[in-house]
Design a protein around this ligand. Structure first.
Ligand code: ADP
Ligand code: MG
Length: 439
């Protein structure tokens, strides 16, 4: 059965909640900043409004009510501030602060003409401010609903309760003061919030980087352990293989069963050696290319010699056409070709019995490049598999390492060349190596 390539599960929830926690912390930070400044800000706008109403010779009772409301509001704010000097601000405090503000505004607007009051505009920045702080969410919706309820209440109050609108030009001055004040508070909070968002982005970037660096380090550590283990296993395995061969020779000729068993042991050892070789050549640093003038045809013939037995037992013929020379590292290039050709032979061997599959290697000496095409008439590679071909550990073979194509590609790339695959399922595959002639 083919081994299914595994994919790592993603955990979006962990990151989302980390982001939400960060966002919440920043929002509460901005809220704390705002709550600290709020009493002073309220004092300023209260002085302006009460001053203008006094100048307009507005009703004394109504001015008294507004003054009292502002005073209560400021005392409440100071209390809030004192309370939260030692305790952290939470979402509930922030939400309640918004509702209390809307309530006091409702009182002031209700005392200066209802919805036609010059102060009516000030409901808007509070509602917008809540939305900016919370974004789309339950709190924003509730605050907006409350603002609508206050507005409706104001609209329904009879004229003798809400009184008359202050006279011109004081009404205009009051509207202007409320508008400018609202804009100022809103913009300064939004500026602060957008700074906070920037901080969040920075923090997330740093977190992401930490995660990536950590994963890289872990990956490198694992790789080096893997290489070390593979290396350490090589010698004991060679010893076992040698001893098994000795054992095989010392068996009596009639001991067929034991011979069979030893043959299995030997083939398993060979398989282990192949796996180790794949890992080790994959781990070997790609830095030291030893380039020399390489006869590609001879190199291909050498690879054929290595694969001869395997090809013969699979009933696959090996053919070569053309020749060329390149400046390359012969050992590495041979390794790459061996991997590509081994795959081609393996894929061809799965053809229906009776067919005569062959693997053809065409060497083309073009102007500046040498093109080597390895064509097989094997089972072919599906589109999805083709996309994953060459990523480490991608294999469909039982006992495969999934490193062959990856290694071949990195060798070719290091030589300044390119390795591409074309395939038709059921018809065969062509691997194309393009290597620059000169280094
Ligand atoms: P391995 O040979 O250890 O499986 P490789 O990297 O050499 O790893 O190949 C990865 C996979 O690509 C193979 O398992 C096989 O499914 C597919 N493959 C590579 N070359 C061919 C080919 N010529 N024809 C069909 N499949 C191929
Ligand atoms: Mg392979």
């Amino acid at each position: 059965m083919p081994t299914k390539p595994t994919t790592r599960p993603t955990v979006p929830t962990a990151r989302t909640s980390r982001y939400q926690a960060l966002r919440r912390a920043q929002r509460l930070d901005v809220a704390a900043w705002f709550l600290r400044r709020r009493p002073a800000l309220t004092f300023v706008i209260a002085s302006i409004n009460v001053g203008l109403l006094l100048a307009a010779h507005y009703s004394w009772q109504r001015i008294g009510l507004i003054f009292g409301a502002y005073l209560t509001y400021i005392v409440y704010q100071l209390g809030d501030w004192l309370w939260h000097r030692r305790r952290p601000i939470d979402d509930r405090t922030l939400f309640r602060a918004g509702l209390v503000t809307l309530t006091f505004m409702g009182i002031n607007i209700g005392a200066t003409g209802g919805l036609s009051s010059p102060l009516a505009i000030s409901i808007l920045p509070v509602t917008v401010g809540t939305f900016v702080a919370y974004g789309r969410g339950r709190e924003s919706l509730l605050a907006a609903l409350y603002a609508v309820a206050v507005s409706l209440g104001l609209a329904l109050l009879p004229v003798n309760v809400v009184g008359l609108r202050p006279e011109y030009p004081y009404d205009v001055a009051l509207t202007l003061a409320s508008t400018l004040f609202g804009i100022f508070v809103l913009l300064s909070s939004m500026g602060r919030l957008s700074d906070a968002m920037g901080t969040i982005e920075d923090k997330l970037d740093r977190m992401r980087e930490d995660v990536i660096v950590g994963a890289e380090q872990r990956g490198q550590a694992l790789e080096s352990i893997g290489a070390k283990v593979a290396h350490e296993l090589k010698n004991p395995l060679a010893a076992i293989k040698g001893l098994t061969q000795l054992l095989d020779r010392s068996l009596a000729p009639e001991d067929a069963r034991a011979r069979e068993r030893i043959a299995v042991v030997t083939s398993e050892i060979t398989r282990m050696e192949t796996i180790l070789r794949d890992y080790l050549s994959f781990e070997r640093p790609l830095t030291d290319l030893r380039r020399e003038l390489v006869d590609v045809a001879r190199l291909v013939d050498d690879v054929f010699a290595v694969l001869e037995a395997r090809a013969a037992s699979a009933g696959v013929g090996l053919r070569r056409l053309g020749s060329a020379s390149v400046m390359a590292d012969p050992r590495r290039l041979k390794e790459a070709l061996l991997n590509i050709l081994a795959n081609a032979v393996e894929a061809s061997g799965e053809r229906a019995p009776g067919s005569q599959p062959s693997v053809d290697v065409e060497i083309d000496d073009a102007a500046d490049v040498v093109v080597v095409r390895v064509r097989d008439h094997g089972r072919g590679i599906g589109k999805d598999e083709l996309a994953r071909l060459g990523t480490p550990f991608f294999t469909t073979r039982e006992g495969g390492t999934g490193l062959g194509v990856c290694l071949a590609r990195s060798v070719v790339t290091q030589h300044g060349g390119e390795l591409t695959y074309d395939s038709v399922v059921g018809a065969g595959t062509t691997a194309t190596l393009t290597l620059p002639t000169a280094a």
